[in-house]
Design a binder for this molecule. Structure first.
Ligand SMILES: [Zn+2]
Length: 302
């Protein structure tokens, strides 16, 4: 079950800088706590454009999730959104000074560590969940994604690549902040070695390297080691958590994905929002009767 019953923001500001994966340009991100529930709202500082993390603003979805508003693009928002949704920090102002968020190490772990160091703070009111009451499914050939009613937030993901080094991987997980941190947050983005030339020719992955991505060659990963044996499917789940942020609220449901990616993840959020008969708002998600995740983390017994 979800862990917190109240809306959460951060206890203090966080600033993180790095380079974009696709454009390879520098970017500084400032996470600013809010005083009242607002959702997750990006602010593109050069233009002052406010861009809420909403499915209606999703733009280009090739190899990253991009938000577009008034001609302003924000690329590769999914790993930060994943860290925030995974840790249930759902109300924040996210100031960025460029058009692509830093890739950092290719996972959500650096965001998660910074968020946990800052700590979270409860806001007034109750946390509001989007609770699935009827299945919603989106298909594209053999690839599909669907959400089913479920009393919690659970993901089931299958990937099947025609590359021996990757092959078929599947994982299923009911998410809590602790499980998100431990099971998903450190999984890095990945690609096939043979895709790199094509991506670069299209102006993508210009900032990619073995420091921020796992590259699979014919005989296995070119990186020295993997962080998980099934790091690829875990990263897909990390991406899915981030893309589901575009619902604008935490989800109560079971999401099953088969060979999906950003385009299908986002299409599912749009299909859900377009079918209000398939879900309802609820504040009635029982908070788990367990120790709080944030501040006690440093002092937790082993
Ligand atoms: Zn990703």
């Amino acid at each position: 079950m979800p862990r917190s019953a109240t809306p959460q923001t951060l206890s203090r500001e966080i600033t993180i800088s790095g380079h974009g994966l696709h454009g390879n340009r520098p970017c500084t991100v400032r996470l600013v706590p809010v005083a009242a529930p607002s959702g997750l709202v990006f602010v593109h500082l050069p233009t002052g454009t406010e861009i809420p993390a909403k499915a209606a603003l999703a733009g280009d979805l090739v190899l990253a999730t991009t938000l577009v508003k008034d001609g302003v693009r924000l690329q590769t928002v999914e790993h930060l959104l994943s860290a925030l949704m995974g840790l249930e920090v759902e109300h924040l102002r996210i100031e960025v000074d460029a058009e692509e968020l830093p890739i950092l190490d290719g996972s959500a772990a650096p965001w998660v560590e910074a968020i946990l160091r800052a700590g979270s703070k409860s806001l007034e009111g109750r946390r509001r969940f989007l609770k699935i009451t009827q299945p919603v499914e989106v298909r594209n050939g053999d690839r599909w994604i669907r959400v089913l009613p479920f009393d919690g937030f659970r993901l089931r993901y299958v990937i099947d690549f025609p590359v021996p080094a990757l092959g078929r991987q599947s994982r299923e997980l009911s998410l809590t902040p602790e499980k998100y941190r431990r099971e998903l947050s450190a999984a890095r983005t990945f690609c096939m070695e043979q895709e790199i030339d094509l991506m670069r020719a299209r102006g993508l992955a210009l900032g990619g390297s073995l420091d921020n991505a796992v590259v699979f060659g014919a005989d296995g990963p070119l990186n020295e080691s993997l962080r998980f044996e099934d790091e690829a499917v875990r990263h897909k789940m990390l991406d899915l958590v981030g893309d589901l942020a575009l619902l604008g609220a935490p989800l109560l449901g079971l999401v099953e994905a088969h060979a999906a990616g950003h385009a299908l993840h986002v299409a599912l959020t749009q299909a859900i929002l377009a079918n209000p008969a398939c879900w309802e708002w609820t504040e009635d998600a029982k908070p788990a009767n367990v120790r709080r995740f944030f501040h006690p983390l440093v002092a937790q017994p082993a």
